[in-house]
Design a protein around this ligand. Structure first.
Ligand code: NAD
Ligand code: UDP
Length: 320
């Protein structure tokens, strides 16, 4: 039986997660409209999709209103790497909040279902571990990460108020660290940094002593979680954690990447950024029970695929 063809908007569609999502939705037989201002996204990420008649791209900044007739909206537009979201913090807060208002307004007008790419950062530096959805978080509202953390928290508030006030069909997923091909080589996030450094034989920069933990989900698993969440009945809104619950210290991540690349890079310590969470790991019971979702790609397998991607792009292009 064929799928019911929908017209779907993906904001941030030229980014890392957005480009994989567009690819998946096209493969599922839908019409896809990607919107992006190319702040951290790249045309290269979606170049292979451009000749599809069911794919359309609009250069647009989501802090300005947009009108397109669609059935569903995935709202991913927002820089995700601490380096990029702290580059222009006022714009980051605007993208999170005004971008959400614009997408919620659009959803209301065209009666679309709308999914928000929220984040584990809403938990801040968590005092509950692993994090469950009912944990309200420990965010510093005036620190350098606040533009993103508080912006995403406010976006969640707006999603739930639009539901209460306007009966909108909303879905909120809290994404934990996700990695894979099409991360930007200069993205600044830990997996891409360590892989690029290892492949170039440069020092691997461990911030702090490397005992802080994260749990890493491969991109294909995350996209499967998005699609399953969007397909849930209207009474299911989330917020729901999506991530791989296998936690490891950053030093161990560096060692694994050195082993997988066969690199001669050395580990060096650099200062720990302000408000860097000490530990983070999702409790995914809700995703398992509600979506029947579990990550399937093991860390070494996902890292190997990501390393292969960076080997390819670093060989064919000089990155400045
Ligand atoms: P990314 O930086 O690769 O993608 C973000 C995309 O949004 C880029 O293409 C960028 O150009 C676009 N964008 C930024 N500002 C915009 C604006 N004003 N108007 C239109 N487009 C704009 O990051 P990603 O990892 O793909 O993250 C996608 C979403 O998922 C983000 O909302 C992020 O907060 C969320 N998220 C990601 C992770 C992760 O580990 N990858 C974790 C938690 C949450
Ligand atoms: N990190 C690191 N070296 C790097 C980049 C990041 O040790 O070159 C650390 C960072 O301090 C944090 C963890 O890796 O503790 C994850 O950082 P990332 O920026 O990927 O995402 P976060 O989870 O902090 O948003």
């Amino acid at each position: 039986m064929g799928v019911l063809k929908k017209r779907i908007l993906v904001t941030g569609g030229a980014g890392f997660l957005g480009s994989h999502l567009c690819e998946r939705l096209l493969a599922d037989g839908h019409d896809v409209v990607a919107v992006d201002n190319y702040f951290t996204g790249r045309r290269d990420n979606i170049a292979h999709l451009l000749d599809r008649t069911s794919f359309e791209v609009i250069r647009h900044d989501v802090t300005f209103p947009l009108y397109v007739e669609v059935d569903e909206i995935y709202n991913l537009a927002c820089p995700a790497s601490p380096v990029h979201y702290q580059f222009d913090p006022v714009q980051t807060a605007k993208v999170s909040v005004v971008g959400a208002i614009n997408m919620l307004g659009l959803a209301k007008r065209v009666k679309a279902k709308v999914l928000q790419a929220s984040t584990s950062e809403v938990y801040g530096d968590p005092t509950v571990h692993p994090q469950t959805e009912d944990y309200r978080g420990n965010v510093n509202p005036i620190g350098p990460r606040a533009c993103y953390d508080e912006g995403k928290r406010c976006a969640e508030t707006l999603f739930f108020d639009y539901r209460r006030q306007h009966n909108l069909r909303i879905k909120v997923v809290r994404i934990f660290n996700t990695y894979g091909p099409r991360m930007h080589p200069n993205d600044g996030r830990v997996v891409s940094n360590f892989i690029v450094q290892a492949l170039r034989g440069e020092d691997i920069t461990i911030f702090g002593d490397g005992t802080q933990t994260r749990a890493f989900c491969y991109v294909d698993d995350m996209i499967e979680g998005f699609v399953r969440m969007m397909a849930t009945p209207d009474e299911i809104t989330g917020p729901i954690n999506l991530g791989n619950p296998i936690e490891l210290p950053m030093r161990e991540l560096a060692e694994r990447i050195i082993a997988l690349t066969g690199s001669c890079s050395r580990l060096v310590n650099r200062p720990l950024p302000v408000d860097d969470p000490v530990q983070r790991c999702p409790n995914i019971t809700m995703a398992r029970e509600t979506l029947g979702w579990l990550p399937t790609v093991q860390l070494d397998e996902g890292l190997s695929r990501t390393i292969a991607y960076f080997e390819r792009i670093l060989n064919c292009r000089k990155i400045s």
